[in-house]
Design a protein around this ligand. Structure first.
Ligand code: F6P
Length: 342
C-alpha cells in the first residue's frame, strides 16, 4: 500500500518513534511505501510532502519533535480545505493515512473518515487528556522534565526562603501538574478541573510556613482558573481550533501569593521545554507499540479507528470515541496531592 503519515498539533516527545515504527513495520513486513505530509494537515491541503522509508527514519528513535513537522492547521477552517485534502490524497495515490495527533488533529481525521477517507489515528499529547487511551506518549517525558525542574526550584527556594510558583502545561486537564506536583513534593497543585481560591492557597502556605518550612513550590497548570471573582487573569488569542494561547497564570499567581502572604514569591514558566528533547524509555516503547499497531490496523482495513492503550494492551477504538470526551484528572489523584498542603 501507499501510506501517508502526518503529525498535527503541538509536538511531543515520541512522535519520531511512531513514524519509525509505522515505516519499519510497513516497509519490511507489508511491502508498503510512504509519504510524509509536512506540518500536519497543512501538508495534505498544499500537497507538501517528503519521502519516508527505513533509511530516512534511521537514528530518529531518541529524537524529540517530529521530522515531518507539525502545525495547528484546521482544513475545515481553510477555503476548500477538505476537498483539497481529498484531491491531494487522490493525486498522490495514497491508499491510507496515519494521522498522529491530539483531539484537534483526530477530530479532523474523524470528519474526513466519515466522508470516506481511509484514516487510522494514533493518539498524541503531552497533556494526557484523551479519554479513549490510558496514557499518551510524551506525557511521562513532560512530567519528568517538570519534576527535574521542581527539584531544582526547591533548593533555590530553600536558600532564599521563597515561594516559587512553577507553571506547567495543561490546557483543559491538570495531569502534568498533578503528577509533577506529587512527584516533586509541591506545597500546592492548581489544576483546571478545580477552580482555586487564592485566599485558601495563601492560608495553606502561611500554615505551612508557620510550622517552620520557609520554602514552598506551588505547581500550577497553565489552564488553572481562579474561582469567579477571586483573581483576574487575562485571556490570550485563539488558534484555528478555537483554543486560547495560554501561559501567564504563574506570574499572576506569584504576585497574588506575595500580596496575600507577605512571602517573597517568584514564578518560573516551564513552557515549551516540557515538549522538547528525547522521550523517556516508557514513551519510546509506547510510541513504538502504537506505530506498529497503526500500520497493522491499516492492513486490516480498520479505517476510522484509533489505536489506544487500555489495561496495558493495545486496542482499537472508533475515532469518534477518541475525541468524544476529555479525560480530566481523577479527583482521587488530586486528593493525594492535597494530603501535603499546609
Ligand atoms: O496541546 C499540547 C500543548 O502543549 C498544551 O499543553 C499547550 O497549551 C499548547 O500545546 C501550547 O501550544 P503552542 O505550542 O501552539 O503554544
Amino acid at each position: 500500500m501507499r501510506v501517508g503519515i502526518l503529525t498535527g498539533g503541538g509536538d511531543c516527545p515520541g512522535l519520531n518513534a511512531v513514524i519509525r515504527a509505522v515505516v519499519r513495520k510497513g516497509e519490511v513486513h507489508h511491502g508498503d511505501t510512504f509519504v510524509g505530509f509536512r506540518d500536519g494537515w497543512r501538508g495534505v491541503i498544499e500537497s507538501s510532502t517528503m519521502h519516508l522509508d527505513v533509511e530516512t527514519c534511521r537514528g530518529i528513535l531518541p529524537r524529540g519533535g517530529t521530522i515531518i513537522g507539525s502545525s495547528r492547521t484546521n482544513p475545515f477552517k481553510v477555503d476548500g480545505g477538505p476537498q483539497r485534502c481529498r484531491a491531494t490524497l487522490a493525486e498522490l495515490e495514497i491508499d491510507a493515512l496515519v494521522a498522529i495527533g491530539g483531539e484537534d488533529t483526530l477530530g479532523v481525521a474523524r470528519r474526513l473518515s466519515d466522508e470516506g477517507v481511509n484514516i487510522v489515528g494514533v493518539p498524541k499529547t503531552i497533556d494526557n487528556d484523551l479519554s479513549a487511551t490510558e496514557v499518551t506518549f510524551g506525557f511521562h517525558t513532560a512530567v519528568q522534565i517538570c519534576v527535574d525542574a521542581i527539584d531544582r526550584l526547591h533548593t533555590t527556594a530553600e536558600s532564599h526562603d521563597r515561594v516559587i510558583v512553577c507553571e506547567v502545561m495543561g490546557r483543559h486537564a491538570g495531569w502534568i501538574a498533578t503528577y509533577a506536583g506529587i512527584a516533586g513534593g509541591a506545597a500546592e497543585v492548581l489544576v483546571p478541573e478545580e477552580p482555586f481560591d487564592i485566599a485558601v492557597v495563601c492560608e495553606n502556605l502561611k500554615a505551612r510556613h508557620s510550622k517552620g518550612h520557609y520554602a514552598s513550590v506551588v505547581v500550577v497548570a497553565e489552564g488553572a482558573t481562579p474561582k469567579e471573582g477571586t483573581l483576574s487573569v487575562a485571556s490570550g488569542e485563539v488558534d484555528a481550533f478555537g483554543h486560547a494561547r495560554l501561559g501567564g497564570i504563574g506570574n499572576v499567581l506569584a504576585e497574588a501569593i506575595e500580596a496575600g502572604t507577605g512571602f517573597e514569591t517568584r514564578a518560573t514558566i516551564l513552557g515549551h521545554v516540557q515538549r522538547g528533547g528525547t522521550p523517556t524509555a516508557f514513551d519510546r516503547v509506547l510510541a513504538t507499540r502504537f506505530g506498529v499497531a497503526a500500520i497493522d490496523c491499516v492492513h486490516d482495513g480498520g479505517f476510522g479507528q484509533m489505536v489506544a492503550l487500555q489495561a496495558g494492551q493495545i486496542v482499537r477504538v472508533p475515532l469518534a470515541d477518541a475525541v468524544a470526551e476529555l479525560k480530566t484528572v481523577d479527583p482521587e489523584l488530586v486528593a493525594v496531592a492535597e494530603v501535603f498542603y499546609g
